[in-house]
Design a binder for this molecule. Sequence first.
Ligand SMILES: NC(=O)c1ccc[n+]([C@@H]2O[C@H](COP(=O)([O-])OP(=O)(O)OC[C@H]3O[C@@H](n4cnc5c(N)ncnc54)[C@H](O)[C@@H]3O)[C@@H](O)[C@H]2O)c1
Length: 251
Amino acid sequence: MAGRVEGKIAFVTGGGAGMGKEHALLMAEEGATLIVSDVNETEGRQTVEEINGKGGQALFIKFDVASEAEWQGAVEQAVTTFGRVDILVNNAGILAMNSVDKTSADELDRVLDVNVKGVFYGCKHILPAMQKAGGGSIVNISSIYGMIGAPVAAAYQASKGAVRILTKSVAVDYAPHNIRVNSVHPGVIRTNMTKGILENAAGTEAILATTILRRPAEPREVSYAVLFLASDEASYVTGAELVVDGGYTTM
Ligand SMILES: NC(=O)c1ccc[n+]([C@@H]2O[C@H](COP(=O)([O-])OP(=O)(O)OC[C@H]3O[C@@H](n4cnc5c(N)ncnc54)[C@H](O)[C@@H]3O)[C@@H](O)[C@H]2O)c1
């Protein structure tokens, strides 16, 4: 049986760990060829080795998504190697936990550089290649914290809110080119990003208080949402927000 993204070329940022790694592994299992990128070379290469070890095809590109020049080079390398890119998952992101008054200018700059400019440059540089290839699907990873308020995450919330609306802007501009653009909004997922919070009983209780499924998710539970949006199964879905939060934002 053909995979759900059989024969597609998929580019995942932050693919060395956490959800990005799982998105890459799942899409490879479903028949895609992967470009895995990360600033962490050891972990990024490990993801690629796992995919290739299972008979898949993957290439690692080390770069920082905050750099436009590095984005340009990475897209060129991907297109030179595989001829086109059908799917981009803008997953790489960083967390900063501070209220507005405690956020330094440097911290704000770094969060916006990675979480907002990283996604913006990714779209900017992949779109011409997708347009040339006749279409594509971009999945931008926002957060429920791009939709609702939360304590001490001012810069992060500003960045994820920006990803949410940027997604709709690109969806509008590129619909005529057969390029779909959607955002995914995870709730509390068990990764390095949430390790510190989930290792602490009080932190876990606080963060799960409004999660109606009463548990954090495993990364793969988000990867299935990303896979759907990336695939042709979502052919009529663009500009949408897919919330994967165990009901956190339900009440
Ligand atoms: N974990 C959660 O509960 C949660 C919830 C909502 C949204 N998210 C979002 O999901 C995405 C993935 O989060 P995660 O929990 O898997 O994080 P993670 O920290 O486990 O992994 C992030 C990966 O991105 C890489 N990365 C970081 N900065 C980079 C940069 N500048 N350039 C390239 N790669 C970079 C890291 O090296 C790492 O491999 C992020 O955008 C995050 O904001 C996470």
